[in-house]
Ligand binder design. Sequence first.
Ligand code: MRU
Length: 370
Amino acid sequence: MKVNGTPYRTIWLKPGDERVVQVIDQTRLPHAFAVLDLATVADVCRAIRDMTVRGAGLIGATAAFGMYLAALQAPDDGWRDFLAQAAQALKATRPTAVNLAWAVHRLQSAMAVAATPAQMRQIAKQAAVALADEDAAHCRRIGEHGQALIADMAQRKHGGRVNILTHCNAGWLAFVDYGSATAPIYAAHDAGIDVHVWVDETRPRNQGASLTAWELGQHGVPHTLIADNAGGHLMQHGLVDLVITGADRVTRCGDVANKIGTYLKALAARDNGVPFYVALPSSTFDFTLGDGVAGIPIEERAADEVRWVSGKNAQGVVESVQICPDSTPARNWGFDVTPARLVTQLICERGICDATETGIASLFSQELLT
Ligand code: MRU
């Protein structure tokens, strides 16, 4: 996607020095656009943990490049142990998005066939680049499939504006390119369909306000920022035609872990007869799990992310302010699970399916068997 007219991905090898990985520092958006160098596994772990990079797909791609950096750092004698330790460290950074462990395993499997350190390093680079390219290609396909749903809604509204609500940021910033929830929106907008997006602010870290609003603005997609609790009201008044969210982990039965608050939006959508779609690449499925509420690990982050908010003051300076009394305790769960029964359909790179084991098997029968 483009930033001020220049095409960008969210992660790439540094031109002229491919021993360094570069990422967009998402903690600085929307007030500053900055690129950060990652040169070691420790750099990558820190970037994932402190959410310099975030979003399921990008966490996976960054972990893949983390394994590439580990390959460069590994000593010629004992490289297998070094890689195993790096894999453990990367997988421990964040618990909910399954793309992380998936990407690390994929790199480990690819590197396992190497006979020499030199071969291992070459395989690691190729595998990380291929994984990132695949992530972008899958999101592009999600966009093509999802665009048909938006086109259908536009037709039902006789060409009238299609209002889509989304939660958090499942945009191109959450992947390598295009995004999952936003890919159908970008495709529809580019095809000339009149779309408008309701952007949930997404407390506590406000990824909707700071990231989704920014990237939709960069692409010229009409959008409006709303308070997290406004969605139900808008749905009651016919102002939301469909909801599209992303996902951090989806079970083989179709239960969806996504940013905290998604479940409440799905309940409101069901009560108001609004279709609730979840867009995800295959790397976000956890085929080992059935019951998402029981099985998906939910990240709990620092309480201060709830107690403080960050933004730009009237002088244009970015600062953080505390929003509660000094002694107020807080808890901060990052994700919730929306049961499959509340999900209208899943939009994947292979097509659109029901959020049921049978529906998912119609697209991923092989993966469900293994
Ligand atoms: O905590 P984050 O920002 O990494 O959370 C991820 C998200 O932005 C959302 O849950 C998103 O919808 C899924 S990521 C494609």
